[in-house]
Design a protein around this ligand. Structure first.
Ligand code: AMP
Length: 242
């Protein structure tokens, strides 16, 4: 049997690299989820998506889920204290010890400060500061991406009716399940979410830019090209922030 380092030298080099906590920032629909999944498979560290954690609570009908559902369907942000505690809890799991990909968090300056403070505590391995990458896409492109987005409820594969349709409309290519549309992926809610993003999340981008732990990636390219830009940004930022 061939040794793993012979068959996957690149994968091995990437696993030896310590990514630490990586934030993916950007407006709704820039591709944070898709890029987070790619980084997860390259680095072998978990994705922490506050949107997914909240939707999980809604699906399970928890008290938190019942409260969050109304706020989310209006395109507004769930309270900082709820989201911060959810993330703090998740970061204490062992699979985060080499790093994590935070997707959709922090979304307010208060959340960013909470996260920075959390990672300044040495109990959080691998004791590296947060680095942030903002994916940038034009408004019109985002509108198409959001309203065209369809998700397989079983394998979570993401399609787009404009740019990446399934072979049969409304059906997952991989397992034949009926594709679902997120209830907040409509135009009026998109407009509200963009407003929320510009008012509350733009200061998060400014915060990490000022700290010098920030890079932008052009999100209006192929998924692979965006991923290449993000990988380069991570390598560059980890050289300067340890
Ligand atoms: P997402 O899947 O990241 O687009 O998030 C979907 C919705 O969940 C958002 O529009 C918010 O209502 C809520 N949400 C997700 N992450 C956060 C967060 N960090 N802070 C507050 N609300 C959040």
């Amino acid at each position: 049997m061939r040794h793993i380092s012979e068959s996957h030298p690149k994968a091995l080099a990437e696993t030896a690299f310590l990514p630490g906590p990586v934030l993916l920032l950007g407006a709704p629909g820039v591709g944070k989820g898709t890029q987070a999944q790619l980084l997860v498979s390259k680095f072998g560290i978990p994705q922490i998506s506050t949107g997914d954690l909240l939707r999980g609570n809604i699906a399970r009908g928890t008290k938190l889920g019942i409260r969050a559902k109304e706020i989310m369907s209006a395109g507004h942000l769930v309270d900082d204290s709820i989201v911060n505690q959810m993330v703090l809890h998740r970061l204490q799991e062992e699979d985060t010890h080499r790093g994590s990909i935070l997707d959709g968090y922090p979304r307010t300056l208060e959340q960013a400060k909470f996260l920075d403070q959390t990672f300044s505590n040495p109990i959080f391995l691998p004791r590296l500061p947060v680095i942030a990458i903002s994916i940038v896409v034009s408004y019109d492109r985002l509108l198409q991406r959001i309203t065209g987005r369809r998700i397989c409820p079983v394998c979570k594969h993401i399609y787009n009716t404009y740019s990446n349709p399934p072979r049969v409309a409304g059906v997952c290519d991989l397992n034949g399940s009926t594709l679902a549309q997120r209830t907040d992926d409509t135009e009026p809610i998109f407009i509200e979410r963009m407003k929320t993003f510009n008012e509350q999340t733009a200061p998060v981008v400014a915060h990490y830019r000022e700290m010098g732990r920030f890079e932008e990636a052009d999100g209006d390219q192929s998924v692979e090209a965006v991923n290449g830009a993000i990988m380069q940004a991570i390598a560059k930022l980890r050289r300067v922030s340890r």
